[in-house]
Ligand binder design. Structure first.
Ligand code: GDP
Length: 460
């Protein structure tokens, strides 16, 4: 697969200062020789071009007479390139016609149009990066906030890869011991020191748990915080939602939903992606239709990271209804709207159970208290979490593999305690090694790779 030479436009479509065509593969310089020359005289042999050197010149029409564009060309020869293969980048003037004409010339001279993510896939297949780093490239491109960019950037440097590789090699040592005692049962005798094996297995299982916990604590950094607004009809939920997304109008996108779903919008709050949903329902009622509404709200609230419970300042908090829908431990902010209509500034007393939840009075109509509420949401989201450069936040794929590894390690641990046969122990530990290998890519199947790289754009 990596025998041929691929090419693609690596910059986004449309007009711009510079557009880049990237070529990768053994024949990169030959392909270049068919299209490029340093003088207006025509194409020339580029096979002797030096690596990491910028060449100024022209790309020519098929007959070599007409110049298509004046360009800069940079050869980056193997292995010091993005793909670890011979790479050539052609920097031209960016415009759809000029870029496509240049690409056609490159393809006509021996390159094949790359698949989505194929450059990064080659970097992975050639061992320059592991799968977590390849995923980080996509995360960097798709980062929706400064924090998610930080996480992706540190993953790109290989922190997750290193952590997982160390766990794997520690398990590999134990596996080798098991194998040795299976192959040479007589000599093995005391080969397997149960206590030593147990301590390694327990250590690695703990590392798995830490990574999984990190995912649970911080997955919103990648995926966004799920904020659900709930409260009685007419309390001002839609008005608040509009206020929250207003300042970020430029980056608001509608989240498609079915008619049964509440309205959902995504926006960015202080660099953290948020998805906010507006549900109906929660208030004391005997009305059957409204009870169904409460049930529906419950479904959305179950998936919430933060609940904004809205009511008007006058009434008391409907504790019983809240208990029915708010799962224990979900971060809840009590938002008292329409303070402009209130006779005094006093907010209602909170029931014992919700005493520690933040509360705030706002007027969605007059845009009062909205900034403070925004800060409250961010504080609540970031509570218990410090994200720095170097922080590892596994993605869902990693988490599932870590869970598998942890389950196999638990089996090994039990097996060791119960003195099970080495064959069984070896099998379980092998499974955990394989699960971890899927994260970095050593044991990832073709369908996993296809799935990951199909999410890339062409040219990356
Ligand atoms: P929802 O049914 O909870 O989504 O409530 P809406 O956002 O549709 O608002 C219901 C009514 O309350 C509308 O007439 C709003 O203009 C009004 N409203 C919303 N927020 C405020 C506020 O802060 N003060 C006042 N006086 N009216 C408000």
């Amino acid at each position: 697969m990596t025998n041929d030479t691929i090419a693609a436009i690596s910059t986004p479509p449309g007009s711009g200062g510079i557009g880049v065509i990237r070529i990768s593969g053994r024949a990169s310089l030959e392909v270049l020789s068919g299209v490029f020359g340093r003088t207006r005289e025509g194409v020339e042999d580029c096979t002797g071009f030096r690596s990491h050197t910028v060449y100024h010149g022209y790309v020519f029409e098929a007959d070599g007479a007409e110049v298509i564009d004046e360009v800069l060309v940079i050869p980056m020869l193997a292995p010091k390139s993005y793909t670890s293969e011979d790479v050539v980048e052609i920097q031209a003037h960016s415009g759809n016609v000029v870029m496509n004409t240049l690409l056609e010339r490159v393809l006509a001279n021996g390159a094949r149009l790359s698949d989505p993510g194929e450059f990064t896939r080659r970097a992975f297949l050639n061992g320059r990066i592991d799968l977590t780093q390849a995923e980080a490239v996509a995360d960097i491109i798709n980062a929706r906030s400064v924090k998610s960019l930080k996480v992706a950037a540190s993953q790109n440097t290989g922190v997750l890869k290193e952590g997982i590789s160390q766990m794997r090699s520690r398990l590999m040592e134990v596996y080798t011991l098991f194998e040795a005692s299976i192959d040479f049962p007589d000599e093995a005798g005391e080969t397997i020191e149960t206590e030593k094996a147990l301590s390694v297995v327990k250590d690695v299982a703990e590392d798995c748990s830490k990574f999984i916990q990190r995912y649970n604590d911080a997955c919103f950094i990648r995926e966004g915080i799920n904020v659900v607004i709930c409260g009685a009809p007419n309390v001002g939920k839609s008005s608040l939602m509009n206020r929250l997304i207003e300042n970020d109008r430029s980056i608001v996108t509608s989240v498609p939903g079915t008619t049964r779903d509440p309205v959902r919008e995504s926006f960015n709050l202080n660099g953290i992606p948020m998805v906010v949903a507006d549900t109906a329902g929660i208030h004391p009622t005997n009305d059957l239709v409204e009870i169904i509404g409460i049930e529906k709200a419950k479904e959305h609230i179950t998936a919430a990271d933060i609940i904004l419970f809205m009511q008007e300042p006058g009434g008391c908090v409907p504790e019983k209804e809240l208990d029915k829908v708010v799962p224990d431990g979900v971060k809840t902010v009590f938002v008292f709207n329409k303070t402009d209509l209130a006779v005094d500034d006093k907010l209602p007393e909170m029931p014992e159970k919700y005493m520690n939840c933040p509360k705030i009075g706002i007027s969605a109509l007059n845009n009062e208290g909205i900034d403070e509420l925004r800060e409250m949401i961010v504080d609540l989201a970031m509570r218990d979490l410090d994200i720095d450069s170097g922080t590892v936040v596994p993605n869902l794929r990693h988490k599932l593999a870590l869970q598998e590894a942890a389950a196999s390690l638990e089996a090994v641990e039990n097996g060791l305690r119960n003195h099970l046969e080495e064959e069984t122990l070896a099998l379980d530990i092998k499974e955990s090694i394989e699960a971890l290998g899927r994260i970095t890519g050593e044991t990832a199947g073709i369908e996993v790779l296809d799935h990951i790289f199909s999410n890339f754009c062409i040219g990356k």
